[in-house]
Write a protein that binds this ligand. Structure first.
Ligand code: HEM
Length: 155
């Protein structure tokens, strides 16, 4: 088995698992379960951090992909997938920053004097979170296509 294809197979499984955490996290917040939403979203974030670290190690040990044997549509699919990952990282980061602000508010604190969350922060968090989650699912689907192409080439 090609080591790079093996690496990308695990990376895709990681993306599948973290997408499941994020999806359940959305179901939880829709039921008003803020603490459970927080834990599930932070788990998804840590799985993304794990991927980023593993990708740096993969680059150092195995290098980049050789795109010379890829067709033009395959390269476009790869570029679109990379764009989805970039949007996911950017907006996921925004959602995380806003989410952390809720820590000391009535949403999560047991302190009776804890302030109500700032409505603007809630709106921004929800918007950034939705963009991150949509781009995450697009990244998952397009990564599946990119991976299938890799399996085709090593057949
Ligand atoms: C740091 C911990 C987090 C806390 C405390 C938190 C808290 C919340 C709260 C209170 C809401 C409801 C907002 C509202 O009513 O307007 C919400 C919604 C949402 N959060 Fe988070 N969040 C956290 C992390 C994240 C992360 C990292 C993401 C995604 C990358 C995310 C994605 C979302 C999404 C998509 C919604 C909207 C759900 C819907 O469609 O109704 N959250 N979050």
């Amino acid at each position: 088995m090609d080591l790079k294809v093996l690496y990308w197979t695990f990376a895709w499984l990681n993306l599948l698992i973290l997408s499941a955490f994020a999806l359940v996290g959305i179901f939880r917040i829709r039921k008003g379960q803020v603490a459970k939403h927080r834990v599930l979203m932070l788990t998804a974030v840590w799985l993304i951090v794990g991927f980023v670290v593993s990708y740096a190690i993969k680059l150092a040990l195995l290098g980049r992909e050789d795109l010379s044997k890829w067709s033009t549509p395959e390269i476009w699919l790869l570029r679109f997938h990379e764009a989805c990952i970039a949007v996911m990282l950017l907006f996921g980061g925004f959602a995380l920053v806003h989410g952390r602000r809720f820590q000391r508010t009535r949403l999560l604190s047991t302190d009776e004097d804890a302030p109500a969350p700032n409505p603007t922060h809630l709106t921004r968090h929800r918007f950034a979170g939705r963009v991150a989650v949509i781009s995450m699912f697009l990244a998952l689907i397009t990564a599946g296509g990119v991976l299938l192409g890799m399996y085709e080439r090593i057949r």
